[in-house]
Structures are given as structure tokens and as C-alpha cells.
Write a protein that binds this ligand. Structure first.
Ligand code: HEM
Length: 425
């Protein structure tokens, strides 16, 4: 893929949802222009229309598009914090905090306290357990499509693995998977009409999805408090770090963060990789012929390429200067990881999908700092196991129709992706 520069720097408007519906090459071209000509570019905020909960217009934001600036800001949480407003573009109105006010939107020491408690659920024993579960789940997913000859790769393959693993970890029963899937689609895909119809009240849709997931968590937590098992919910309900336990609200918002972050990211990494392996069959062959040796670099390249999380926000806690740009206290800084991952100063030939890329210091899991992705290890595992199954058992699987992309400025998503392959048993 080569970026197309169809927009001059003054024509680029990252606040226009239509920008995010442009063909990928044009979007990439615009970010290339921003990195070169205006690496910390100011934009007015988009107006949020048709919501019953007022989301007051902010004072605009700065799009940070160069790798070095993103890394510098990630490394300095005292100056570039996560807790003022939120890590989303808009400050979170109070009703949202109950469901979405999780640790990703906090700073130390509160963030550190929560991260310490929830890390109790990511112990080596828990990690070992989910590694075995990932293998079993991937085998079943391939079993279920292998005789069909064609399927929707997103809903029948890529989305199923992270959904099952996260639900299993939390102890959510199988008959609630669809419920969790549809609610997390609303939370991260609210600007796409497939998930929240055009003209509907987005704020209410988000709150309702949050409330429904929170209710599910409440029931689970109550049950696990009385009947502990070896799942994450049991660990979280009983977690006690230095005498501290999660409050009810902390438990609910962490659960929502986990379900959403664990689902909507890995599936897109897997789907983007499928597209690239179709476009570059030599890479697919190379990986299949020496799977274990190539996997460590292949998985990092998949996350760099897909950059499923397009950005996270930080807020300046004081007047400061980054590169050539003076930033006032309170400035909203949108760290475009997806752009940093294409920065020509860091990556040779950044638009080449290269499973052997090394070094590959991508920031797909966030920059170095306290919020680095808690699920990175699990995500890498899921991508590895899924492709080991696919390349071994359905080696001629390939994209056979147009992908349907998610209309979102936040998640680089693919909603549907037709694939075909020789039928086998
Ligand atoms: C390819 C898949 C994934 C990608 C690209 C991804 C990306 C990210 C990014 C960019 C952040 C940083 C947020 C920030 O700096 O503000 C993050 C944080 C986080 N991720 Fe992931 N993620 C992935 C998979 C997962 C999975 C599978 C889980 C769940 C097990 C997960 C759970 C989390 C959590 C809980 C945080 C918040 C950490 C904190 O605030 O301390 N992620 N992720």
C-alpha cells in the first residue's frame, strides 16, 4: 500500500467523520503530510449532535503525529496525564464515569493502585491457563468453518477468539457471548450506523450498553463472591492488595474496560493480517514454512500494521513545549499511535508489511509508560495461535470480497471480511 496525498495540509480535518470514511491510502497520505508539515496540528472539536446528555464543546485539540513526540508524552505522565477529562477526545460527562471511568482514565497513585489490584488476576498461573484455552478455542473456531469453503472472517473467525477468551477469563457463560459482543460493538463502534443507527442518541446508546454490561458483572460478582472459582472475576472480587479491595464501581468499570479492550482490538489485528496475507501471499508462505521462527517478528508487525487503537488522549498539566510547539496547560493532546507507527524517521519503508521487520519498536500497544497495554501478552498469544491454526489447516484461505470498514476515528476496525478456501474436513 502506498499513501495518496490528495489533501493539502490546510484541507485536512481530523474532526470530520467523513475524513475517517476516506480510503485508507488517502488517510495515510494525510497523516504523512501532517508528520512532515504540521506534526502537532491544532483542530477545532467536532460538535456532538443529537445527544440527550450535553457534551459541552471543548477548546479544540492538538493532533500529535510524530513517533518521537508521542513517546516523549507517554513517558511523562506528570506533564501529560490521562485523568483530566478522559483519554477520549471529549471530556467524559459525569453519568459516563460510573461505567467508563476506569483506570485507563486515571493517573498514579490511583491508577497504580488499581493496576496492582487487577494484575492479581494476571498471575503466571492465570496466564498459563489462558494459553491452553486459546489453543483449544482456536481449534474449535477452525473446526466450525473448515467445511464451509467460505465465511465472514470477522464474525466467524477473528472476533470469536478474543470474545471467548475474555468471557472465559471473566467467567461469562457461553449463552451471554452474543450479548457481550453486541454491547462492546456499541461502545467502540458508536459512530458507525451498523451499531448505532443514524440519528439515534449516541450518548444514550453508550450509557445503556455500559449499564447492561455492568449489570452482568454485578450478577457474576455476586455469584463468585459466594461460589469462588479460578476465573478472573473471582480473583478480582477477592483481590486484597495491602488491605485494599476494588469498590463496586471500580469492578464494573474495569470489567467494561477489559471486555471492550480485549475484544475490539485483537480481532482487528487478526482481520488486518488476513487482508495483508492475501495481498502478499509470499509472506503467508514464508510464515507457514517456518512458523515458530518467524512468529516473534510477525506478531509485532501485525500489531504495527493494524494499529487497532488509532489514538489515546493526554492532557497537559502545565504550560510546556514539545518540539517547536508551545502547549498551554489544559491542552488536549491526541497521540496518534497509528501515525507514529508509519513514521519514516523510525521505520524503514513504513508502508511495507514485512513479517521479518526487525527492529520494530511500534507503539500499537501504547507508548512506554504506566498505561502500556495490560493485555499485550494475551493479544500476542491470540494472534499467534490463530494464525498457526489457519496456516496449518486452511493454508489457501484468502480474502474474496470487499472489506467493510468501521466508520470510527478511534478504532481501525473491519466489520466484515469475506474469505474463501478449499473445503476440507
Ligand atoms: C492487538 C490487541 C491490542 C491492542 C492494539 C491494544 C492497545 C492498547 C493501547 C494502545 C493501550 C494504551 C492506553 C493508553 O496509553 O492510554 C492499551 C491499554 C490497555 N489494554 Fe490493550 N490492546 C490490545 C489488547 C488487549 C487485551 C487482549 C486486553 C485484555 C486482556 C487489553 C487490556 C488493556 C487494558 C486493561 C489497558 C489499560 C491499561 C492501563 O491503563 O494501565 N488490551 N491497550
Amino acid at each position: 500500500m502506498e499513501p495518496k496525498r490528495t489533501l493539502a495540509v490546510d484541507e485536512i480535518d481530523l474532526s470530520d467523520l467523513e475524513f475517517w470514511a476516506l480510503p485508507l491510502e488517502e488517510r495515510e497520505g494525510a497523516f504523512q503530510t501532517l508528520r512532515e508539515e504540521r506534526p502537532i496540528a491544532f483542530f477545532e472539536e467536532p460538535e456532538v449532535m443529537g445527544t440527550s446528555i450535553p457534551i459541552p464543546p471543548g477548546n479544540g485539540y492538538y493532533a500529535v503525529t510524530r513517533y518521537a513526540d508521542i513517546v516523549e508524552m507517554s513517558r511523562n505522565p506528570e506533564v501529560f496525564c490521562s485523568g483530566a477529562g478522559a483519554t477520549s477526545l471529549f471530556d467524559m460527562p459525569p453519568p459516563f464515569l460510573e461505567f467508563f471511568g476506569s483506570m485507563i482514565n486515571m493517573d498514579d497513585p490511583r491508577h497504580a493502585r488499581l493496576r496492582r489490584i487487577v494484575s492479581a488476576g494476571f498471575t503466571p498461573r492465570m496466564i498459563k491457563k489462558f494459553e491452553d484455552d486459546v489453543q483449544r478455542a482456536a481449534t474449535v473456531i477452525v473446526d466450525d468453518v473448515i467445511e464451509k469453503g467460505e465465511c465472514d472472517f470477522v464474525t466467524e473467525v477473528a472476533a470469536r477468539l478474543p470474545l471467548k477468551i475474555i468471557c472465559d477469563m471473566a467467567g461469562i457463560p457461553e449463552n451471554d457471548y452474543d450479548f457481550v459482543f453486541s454491547r462492546s460493538n456499541v461502545i467502540l463502534g458508536a459512530t458507525d450506523p451498523e451499531y448505532v443507527p443514524e440519528g439515534a442518541d449516541i450518548a444514550m446508546a453508550l450509557l445503556q450498553a455500559g449499564q447492561e454490561l455492568s449489570q452482568l458483572m454485578e450478577e457474576l460478582a455476586r455469584h463468585r463472591a459466594e461460589n469462588p472459582s479460578d476465573d478472573l472475576t473471582s480473583a478480582l472480587v477477592s483481590a486484597n492488595v495491602d488491605g485494599e479491595q476494588l469498590t463496586h464501581q471500580e469492578l464494573a468499570s474495569f470489567f467494561i474496560l477489559l471486555v471492550v479492550a480485549g475484544n475490539e482490538t485483537t480481532r482487528n489485528a487478526i482481520s488486518h493480517a488476513m487482508e495483508q496475507l492475501t495481498e502478499h501471499p509470499d509472506q503467508a508462505e514464508m510464515w507457514a514454512s517456518d512458523f515458530d521462527a518467524l512468529t516473534p517478528t510477525a506478531v509485532e508487525e501485525i500489531v504495527r500494521w493494524a494499529s487497532p487503537v488509532i489514538f489515546m488522549r493526554r492532557t497537559a498539566t502545565k504550560d510546556c513545549r514539545v518540539g517547536e510547539t508551545d502547549l498551554p496547560e489544559g491542552a488536549k493532546l491526541i497521540l496518534y499511535y497509528a501515525s507514529g507507527n508509519r513514521d519514516e524517521d523510525v521505520f524503514d519503508d513504513p508502508y511495507r508489511f514485512d513479517l521479518r521487520r526487525d527492529p520494530n519498536p511500534h507503539i500499537g500497544f501504547g507508548g512506554p509508560g504506566p498505561h502500556f497495554c495490560l493485555g499485550a501478552h494475551l493479544a500476542r498469544r491470540e494472534v499467534t495461535v490463530m494464525f498457526r491454526e489457519l496456516l496449518a489447516r486452511i493454508p489457501d484461505i484468502h480474502v474474496s470480497g470487499e472489506p467493510q470498514r468501521l466508520r470510527s476515528s478511534f478504532i481501525n476496525g473491519i466489520k466484515h471480511l469475506p474469505v474463501s478456501f478449499s473445503k476440507s474436513t
